[in-house]
Design a protein around this ligand. Structure first.
Ligand code: HPA
Ligand code: ZN
Length: 335
């Protein structure tokens, strides 16, 4: 099954580019940019990646991002991720970035976007990987900061398809950003939001109703509310689930307890994603493998995650058709 999963065409919809910063690159950039990091070795860094909840991860994640200074740094970060995509046969990826994690440190919005976007353009021609960019607001910061970030994005609107919401879920309800999301929708962005990761099923309701989101990032707590699950099935609302992330951040104690396969079999549009692969111990293939190991599936079920992700993606219908045909061809060949 490893070979089948490794070469299966994939689409990633929940990936924080700052979360792909591998310790090796963190060290290299810290040295190049003369930034102090509180680790003496790569082993020490990996040791620190022992999280007990979302916040303990976020503290390390923002600290890691401090080594990113120049456009070239953002380019190299993104390019390294795209090379990993190639290994896992990820054909299309929709990438989050957290501009405020950088602008708060005095790095310009333009430096961040141009570095990431440069690598995405190169990947289209050199790797045959297509992509979209989603700008996330940090929900632990205030509404004013989010409005300011939306304004900074204006000149880069052609490079950004959607806005999202990440960082500390509990204590920072979707309603805090209702007005920013309303303006973003008026400006033509699509909207997504992290909800129901650590927070309750009611957070998912709130994000759907107040922020008009087209996908729920994580959303695994939906199973606490049977009617919500029914609604997600009826509306084909996609959930971008991140199995290894959920395990690392103790959303589920064991993969055997994860609800992703139950949700798939119920007909929810669930997808598999890597979230912050450098921190959570795996990229796309690793996530598929971990789920299948704990909760064995047949090949049709495994490929359904790709079909769901194609459906849930923000690409044109003709492009969706092309990816679906490639995936079906692969499945037919391997039955
Ligand atoms: N949840 C919330 N915020 C995040 C995450 C996550 O899993 N990853 C990066 N920022
Ligand atoms: Zn996330």
């Amino acid at each position: 099954m490893k070979e089948f999963i490794q070469s299966l065409p994939k689409v990633e919809l929940h990936l924080h580019i700052e979360g792909t910063l591998e310790p090796e690159l963190m060290f290299e950039l810290a040295k190049r940019n003369d930034i102090h990091i509180p680790f003496n070795s790569i082993t020490e860094v990996r040791h620190a990646y022992n999280f007990h909840n979302l916040q303990s991860f976020l503290d390390i994640y923002f600290q890691g991002a401090n080594v990113l200074i120049n456009e070239q740094d953002f380019f190299e970060l993104t390019w390294a991720y795209l090379l990993r995509c190639k290994e896992d046969n990820v054909m299309h990826t929709e990438i989050f970035f957290d501009p405020q994690a950088h602008t708060e440190r005095g790095i310009s919005f333009d430096v961040v976007v141009n570095g990431i976007h440069g690598a995405l353009v190169k990947a289209t021609t050199e790797l045959g990987i297509t992509s979209e960019l989603i700008m996330c607001f940090l929900r632990h910061l205030d509404e004013e900061s989010a409005f300011k970030t939306l304004a900074q994005a204006q000149v880069h609107k052609d490079k950004i398809i959607a806005v999202g919401l990440d960082s500390t879920e509990v204590g920072n309800p979707a309603g805090k950003f209702e007005r920013v999301f309303k303006l973003a929708l008026e400006q033509g962005y699509l909207t997504v939001a992290h909800a129901g990761e650590e927070g309750s099923a009611s957070n998912i309701h709130e994000a759907l109703n107040l922020l008009k989101i087209t996908r729920v990032d994580h959303g695994v707590r939906c199973t606490d509310d049977e009617n919500l699950v029914k609604q997600l099935i009826n509306d084909r609302t996609p959930l971008t689930v991140c199995p290894l992330s959920n395990l690392k951040l103790k959303v589920f104690e064991h993969m055997e307890q994860h609800n992703i396969v139950t949700l798939l079999r119920k007909g929810v549009c669930v997808t598999i994603n890597s979230d912050d692969p450098a921190y959570f111990g795996g990229y796309m293939t690793d996530n598929f493998m971990a789920v299948n190991q704990a909760l064995p599936m047949n090949k049709i079920e495994i490929a359904q995650f790709t079909f769901n992700a194609i459906e849930a993606s923000f690409i044109a219908n003709s492009e969706k058709q092309r990816l679906a045909t490639a995936t079906q061809g692969y499945l037919d060949q391997h039955q």
